[in-house]
Design a protein around this ligand. Structure first.
Ligand code: SAM
Length: 299
């Protein structure tokens, strides 16, 4: 099915109709270019019949592209005026697809359950909350298998970074707990209205079969910690490790392990020198530390 997607004129008309002045606070930069929309849908490998979660549909640019690909869309929008208008826009431009759209007027950071079980996340995220939204949804919506999101370029590079990269940090390790990530192409500032003052990038993820990655991350019978407790401990260790980026882990992790002697012992037990720094460790090495509880000899 082909749908007339929103261009600059349609976006301005809709904004005028709704008396919407895009706000920075809600990261409202709307896509005005059909090629960009179709590119995102293509990179996300959306299949007919897929249930797609879109966060921040705004005026509907990407929503119409997802519907054009014959997906069903659950769209979570915080702005009431935009949430109310979206079904009307779809009714006008793609009437046969209106049944496949469900709009949820809610802050994505508070989403716990959804009216359908999405398999893909495809979104042009509000940039100021993109990482918390991603981590929240990956935690709360276990049916999400993969996704493509547009984020600020630095954030996308950070999400996809590995140890040794300058931008490797706590979001990189937390994201890697859930899945594998890659950047999937830059996006010009000119495809937005209003034009943002930062660069944008697409980032794609594929969720691991088991959190933490296969085999090593798989929750094992007899593990002292439940999967959720393990995640919490991992995230606490990662926050501590990168909170004091320049410090050696035996110092930065002393709070989490009790004191620096215990932190050193834990590091040695998992085969790491106490002089190591957070930026050198893979997610798997952080996970080994999280699994290590005082008294155990191997992770
Ligand atoms: N998808 C549209 C597009 O591509 O043109 C709009 C993208 S715009 C970058 C971000 C959208 O997210 C806005 O519509 C904004 O109102 C919405 N938004 C901001 N914070 C949100 C939140 N916490 N939960 C849900 N939606 C949010």
């Amino acid at each position: 099915m082909t749908v007339q997607l929103l261009g600059p004129a349609e976006i301005r008309d809709l904004a005028e109709l709704l008396d919407v002045t895009p706000t920075k606070k809600l990261g409202q930069n709307f896509v005005i270019d059909a090629n960009t929309v179709r590119r995102i849908v293509r990179v996300a490998e959306v299949e007919p019949g897929d249930v797609v979660l879109e966060v921040g549909p705004g005026l509907g640019s990407l929503t119409l592209g997802l519907l054009e690909a014959d997906a069903s869309v659950v769209a979570v929008e915080i702005d009431g005026r935009l949430a109310a208008q979206l079904p009307i826009t779809v009714e006008q431009l793609a009437p046969e697809a209106v049944e496949r759209l469900t709009v949820v007027h809610q802050d994505a950071l508070t989403v716990d359950t959804l009216p359908a079980d999405p398999v893909r996340l495809v979104a042009n995220l509000p940039y100021n909350v993109s990482v918390p939204v991603l981590l929240h949804l990956l935690q709360r919506i276990p049916t999400l298998e993969s996704g493509v999101v547009m984020v600020q370029a630095e954030v996308g590079q950070r999400l996809a970074a590995g140890p040794g990269s300058k931008v490797y940090g706590s979001p990189s390790v937390k994201a890697a707990w859930y899945g594998s990530w890659r950047t999937a192409g830059q996006v010009s500032r000119q495809v937005f209205w209003p034009v943002p003052n930062v660069d944008s990038i697409l980032v794609a993820f594929q969720r691991h079969e088991h959190p933490g990655g296969t085999e090593q991350g798989e929750h094992r019978q007899g593990d002292a910690l439940s999967e959720e407790a393990l995640r919490r401990r991992l995230f606490a260790i990662v926050d501590a490790a990168f909170g004091q980026r320049r410090k050696m882990l035996r110092q930065s992790l002393s709070g989490v392990f009790g004191d620096s002697a215990r932190a050193s012992a834990a590091l040695e037990a998992v085969g790491l020198p106490p002089t190591a720094r957070g930026e050198e460790l893979t997610m798997e090495q952080f996970l080994a530390l999280a699994r290590h509880t005082p008294g155990s000899t191997t992770p």
